[in-house]
Write a protein that binds this ligand. Structure first.
Ligand SMILES: [Zn+2]
Length: 237
């Protein structure tokens, strides 16, 4: 069985990507990134619950410099970091038009973190190579790809091309839910017995998922289209 590592935030996509990856890979390690996001305490709790559920070691990677670059929407309300100049300028918040971003997703531009997935995947590749793991499991999916060019299959393929030069063991990124919508990811999660009640997909760090942030909205819409009831609670229900 090929060895893999998984990038797991504790949200729906990365957790179901991990569960699907476990069907075919020996997943040695889960990486969880702490970059000053407001939801960190909840993401940590969710990802720890997932690591414990699947009995996989977890390593938390702290990226304090990335915390300085966060948009307001993701920062803790009492942030010690100054707002970055790049994201103060709202004209720079738009995503590149060359990637055909769905206009309905312009709201997600407000939660854009500069090169987040590029940074995560390259850190993951360095750690994978050191662990002699050739596969990185990554939770990109169809719904996120409409708003985020770094969730597309095209992006994954370019990263893999780049990693074939920057790693000696040819580490490759796999996106087990890359062709699925959120609703299909939930159905896969149910089929695989994923502890969906433990996930955290919300940008906020409240006790319960807020139900109104862009990530919660996508999740709620997907849940509404599911045949079976899934126990994911939201604050405004
Ligand atoms: Zn939310």
């Amino acid at each position: 069985m090929e060895t893999a590592i998984a990038l797991v935030s504790g949200g729906l996509d990365s957790v179901v990507a991990l569960a699907k990856g476990l069907e075919i890979y020996d997943v040695k390690l889960m990486l969880t990134f702490h970059y000053g996001q407001r939801a960190w305490p909840q993401e940590l709790k969710a990802s720890q619950a997932v690591a414990s559920h699947y009995a996989i070691s977890q390593r938390v990677i702290h990226l304090p410099w990335l915390a300085e670059l966060l948009p307001k929407a993701l920062k803790p309300k009492q942030s010690a970091f100054p707002q970055s100049e790049l994201l103060e300028d709202s004209s720079l918040l738009g995503l590149p038009s060359s990637h055909n971003i769905d206009p309905a997703y312009t709201e997600t531009a407000k939660v854009w973190v500069p090169n987040r997935n590029g940074v995560f995947l390259n850190i993951g590749a360095a750690i994978a190579e050191a662990y002699s793991a050739k596969i990185i499991l990554f939770g990109a999916n169809v719904d996120e790809a409409q708003g985020f060019p770094d969730n597309t299959q095209e992006y994954r393929d370019y990263v893999n091309q780049s990693l074939s030069y920057s790693t000696l063991v040819n580490v490759q990124v796999e996106t087990p839910v890359g062709e699925l919508t959120k609703a299909e990811i939930i159905q896969e999660g149910v089929r695989l017995g994923v502890p969906l009640e433990k996930i955290w997909s919300c940008y906020e760090g409240s006790e319960i998922q807020c139900g109104v942030c862009p990530s919660c909205k996508l999740l709620k819409t997907a849940l509404a289209s599911c045949d079976k009831p899934v126990s994911i609670a939201f604050g405004n229900d």
